[in-house]
Design a protein around this ligand. Structure first.
Ligand SMILES: NC(=O)c1ccc[n+]([C@@H]2O[C@H](COP(=O)([O-])OP(=O)(O)OC[C@H]3O[C@@H](n4cnc5c(N)ncnc54)[C@H](OP(=O)(O)O)[C@@H]3O)[C@@H](O)[C@H]2O)c1
Length: 215
């Protein structure tokens, strides 16, 4: 499968490395096609990874991942060209964090909308699925915790797209995927990111992840 990832940060490179190790072809996109971070990443992928602009990555991917600064993602989509997402499954890993206050970040928007919903509106012919936003990138691929793997929560409007993302998550080492409904569920999943950050700060430990207990 061809995967296009919009982003040059840790989320983009971690997911890119995960997809490459599963045998997929990956193109990372940036505002600058010769971004040193994406170029350095591609050099380590034995020809499976390539780089380009946001538009190059979006056009390349059969599946496209949004891995950009949360509050800049709509701008990244605009630069990529919204039509490049038409008909595709789009994994939205972003969080609309606001760093304007003191202390840990808060959500720039929320409660009446979310980044997931706004991103879906920006690419109305794509099938956006929120995923990967509730855990640190160090644990995206093959998460290993003493009590077993954590749960991944996802949401999105298209059942077939969610099934495809669930399969990707299983391949990444997430056996338990909780489908929380339509893309408006991003309001809760993006808030869960804040809970994750605050918990990590209180515990002094970023190696944490969520799990639903069942009986
Ligand atoms: N860090 C984590 O472990 C983690 C975990 C889960 C979810 N997330 C979320 O995943 C997303 C990516 O996080 P990250 O830490 O990898 O990177 P980041 O620093 O949040 O974002 C970097 C990316 O955003 C793009 N960008 C920044 N300003 C922009 C603008 N004005 N217009 C267009 N694009 C812009 C950059 O473009 P260039 O390539 O051109 O510089 C770069 O590709 C964020 O939304 C974050 O909240 C992070």
């Amino acid at each position: 499968m061809k995967v296009g990832i919009l982003g040059s940060g840790d989320v983009a490179t971690s997911l890119g490395t995960g997809f490459v190790s599963l045998g997929h072809e990956v193109r990372l996109g940036s505002r600058d096609a010769s971004n040193p971070k994406t170029v350095a990443w591609a050099q380590k992928t034995h020809g499976k990874g390539s780089t380009g602009t946001f538009a190059d990555a979006a056009a390349f991917g059969e599946v496209v991942v949004l891995a950009t600064l949360g509050v800049a993602t709509k701008e990244a989509i605009r630069l990529a060209g919204p039509s490049h997402f038409d008909g595709k499954v789009v994994i939205d890993a972003t969080n609309p964090l606001s760093f304007s206050g003191q202390g840990p970040p808060s959500l720039a928007i929320g409660h009446t909308t979310s980044a997931g919903e706004e991103n879906q509106k920006a690419i109305p012919k794509a099938h956006v699925v929120k995923a990967f936003n509730i855990v640190g990138n160090a644990h995206f691929f093959r998460p290993s915790f003493p009590n077993g793997p954590p749960d991944m929560f996802i949401c999105g409007n298209d059942p077939a797209a969610k099934k495809q993302v669930e399969k990707i998550l299983h391949d990444f080492g997430w056996p338990s995927v909780v489908d929380t409904g339509g893309i408006e569920g991003s309001r809760e999943l993006e808030s869960l990111c804040i809970l994750w950050v605050k918990s990590a700060l209180v515990l002094g430990n970023w190696n944490i992840a969520f799990r639903l207990l069942r009986k």
